[in-house]
Design a protein. Structure first.
Length: 277
């Protein structure tokens, strides 16, 4: 008799067959070696039971990676770490600004721009080579969240109002950008494609999604650290220290937190591994 396929429960509540291949692909993002990845995948697979949540699978894989090396666990928790930038979404805006800055843009966060009818606050204004991007950041504080079609409908209306007043002597205005740490629904994608809106989410566009840009630029948020406490992370975010890279040059923040020299070196060593410094 064939072995019954094991099913797991996603964040959305959907029940789907377990895929070891997908687990291995997610583990590869930890930068762990192949032997470690296979060892963790095999151990997790042995502990599965019907209906287990993807959250529980993640927690078990994360704990195993952390036991091997904290750096592996830090990279593996990137998606969760982005959600930990909340709850206000303001650090997320600074995070997106940092990504665009590293890509050669001059960025401002929370700029007010006058439209034809009313004034609008734009999350990130990015300028490069006489091209201007107006990016709206839609932060979700819970895993499994989505951005539906109402978001691009609303953003496009604001964008058109700004564009109607735009002085093209200041440079070409690119199509509207919408950035989220979650996912867009099919209707949101369809409307954005029809209107020429650029969408950037956790896994879209393929190969150049938010997670791909973070890995390519080594721009990890401080929330990925497995060595900093939640209180310490919130302290850093409250002072606009959003990137791990910021701590390499601004070590005094760790001193201000009263972190011992030994622990400080462990934290900085982990960050240097993450950021390839």
């Amino acid at each position: 008799m064939a072995k019954k396929k094991l099913h797991i429960t996603k964040y959305s509540g959907d029940v789907v067959p377990f895929s070891k291949e997908r687990l291995i692909e997610s583990l590869k993002r930890s930068d762990a070696d192949e032997a470690t990845i296979n060892e963790v995948a095999n151990k997790v697979e042995k502990e599965l039971y019907h209906g287990i949540s993807t959250k529980e699978i993640y927690n078990r894989a994360f704990a195993m990676l952390k036991a091997k090396k904290s750096y592996f666990a830090s990279k593996y928790k990137l998606k969760k770490a982005i959600f930990e930038l909340g709850p206000t979404g303001f650090p997320f805006e600074h995070f997106i600004s940092a990504i665009l800055t590293q890509s050669g843009y001059n960025c401002k966060v929370g700029e007010f721009l006058q439209g034809k009818c009313v004034q609008h606050e734009v999350d990130v204004v990015a300028v490069k080579n006489n091209q201007t991007i107006l990016a709206e950041c839609k932060f979700k504080s819970e895993l499994g969240g989505t951005c539906d079609v109402k978001i691009p409908l609303y953003i496009q209306a604001r964008y058109q109002d700004i564009k109607a007043r735009w002085d093209f002597k200041e440079g070409h205005l690119e199509p509207a950008w919408i950035v989220t740490n979650a996912r867009f629904t099919k209707d949101a994608h369809d409307y954005a494609e029809c209107e020429g809106i650029y969408l950037l989410s956790w896994d879209f566009p393929y190969g150049n999604a938010l997670r791909d840009r973070i890995d390519a630029l080594s721009l990890y948020p401080v929330t990925v650290s497995t060595l900093l406490t939640q209180r310490e992370k919130q302290f850093l975010l409250s002072r606009n220290v959003v990137l791990c890279k910021d701590l390499i040059n601004d070590k005094f923040y760790l001193d201000h937190l009263g972190i011992s020299e030994t622990r400080k070196q462990k934290i900085l060593n982990e960050i240097k591994l993450l950021c390839h410094v």
